[in-house]
Design a protein around this ligand. Structure first.
Ligand SMILES: *Cc1c(COP(=O)(O)O)cnc(C)c1O
Length: 325
């Protein structure tokens, strides 16, 4: 089995959302609380990092290097994991250093990450040169890919699917935001490996369905192999809905606002503006359009991201409009 460091609080709880379910008048909705993975405000990357950090240790690395957007949840959890396990951490972030850092970026800085700002240039190139420089200066760097989505990171979600089955095997649907694809690849690898009978549906955050299906199928096949299985997946095996891309990555629109309001006001549960807000907007629309039957059970996988609630411009947008829910 793959080596792992223990930093996550597992299993994360599964909770029923009866008031939300009633308000929407569709299936019974439940939530898998991976916003409570326990590391500096939690999120799905913490599961991946348990395996990635173990690999970094095996390789004798001293410095973790990864990249992302200014409000990257992955980067925030990577800094926290590095601090927890005794690594240094370098982040390569898109854009310029903000005058007043908020949300995840505030936390990155607060936790002492060494941040390289890629400006408007090519972030991949800056990441490459940052890695080479760290290597040449003896920092023994370990590169964590975007979103932690390689076979090692994705494997964590095969085990997460098993964790869910141990808690409650009877969900008809598992629904979650899907972006770099590691979460979905792990879940579908785990679905085959552990014989889950329901459907694993990713709501795409920022990619056309066919691209995400292709990427997830390749990564799921590789992840299966890394776990000693031989399951092969094709793009057609991967369920992705890309009807909710809105105006693009990180741009919160009315559907996300409504979803955040609804979950907050019916259940006291906080979503994030970029990922879970968009996936929940998808869930709400699918329920309204009769996609699920009322006797079904749907598990909404809360992948975290809540520190972005305190990032500008979201904070002001959330306060600006009274939304009837
Ligand atoms: C990274 C992230 C996702 C997407 O997970 P992938 O494995 O990249 O597809 C979803 N939700 C949140 C809150 C995230 O930070």
């Amino acid at each position: 089995m793959l080596p792992k460091v223990n930093i996550a609080h597992l299993p994360t709880p599964i909770e029923a959302l009866p008031r939300l379910s009633k308000a929407l008048g569709g299936p019974q909705v439940y939530m898998k609380r991976d916003d409570l993975t326990g590391l500096a405000f939690g999120g799905n990357k913490t599961r991946k990092l348990e395996f990635l950090l173990a690999d970094a240790k095996t390789e004798g690395a001293k410095t973790l290097i990864t990249a992302g957007a200014v409000q990257s949840n992955h980067c925030r959890q990577t800094v926290a994991a590095a601090n927890r396990a005794g690594f240094d951490c370098i982040l390569v972030l898109t854009g310029e250093k903000p005058l007043n850092p908020t949300g995840n970026n505030f936390l990155d800085q607060f936790m002492g990450a060494d941040i390289i700002w890629a400006g408007g240039g090519n972030r991949e190139q800056v990441l490459d040169s940052t890695f080479t420089e760290a290597k040449n200066s003896g920092k023994q760097p370990y590169l964590i890919p975007y979103g932690g989505s390689n076979t090692i990171g994705a494997a964590a979600f095969a085990f997460a699917l098993k964790e869910m089955l141990n808690q409650e095997p009877d969900f008809d649907w598992v629904l979650f935001p899907s972006s770099s694809g590691g979460t979905q690849a792990g879940l579908v690898a785990g679905q085959k490996m552990f014989g889950y009978q329901g459907n694993v549906l990713g709501i795409s955050i920022d990619n056309p369905a066919h691209e995400l299906q292709e990427r997830v199928s390749v990564l799921a096949s590789e992840t299966s192999r890394a776990l000693g299985q031989e399951d092969e997946f094709s793009a057609d095996d991967i369920l992705v809905n890309d009807d909710f891309l809105g105006a693009g990555y990180g741009i919160m629109g009315d559907p996300e606002l409504e979803a955040l309001n609804l979950f907050a006001r019916r259940e006291g549960l906080l979503l994030d503006p970029v990922y879970t807000g968009r996936a929940a907007a998808g869930l709400i629309e699918l329920i309204r359009s009769g996609y699920f039957t009322t006797d079904q059970n749907v598990l909404f996988w809360h992948t975290g991201g809540t520190p972005a609630l305190f990032a500008q411009p979201y904070l002001n947008m959330l306060l600006a409009g009274e939304i009837a829910v």
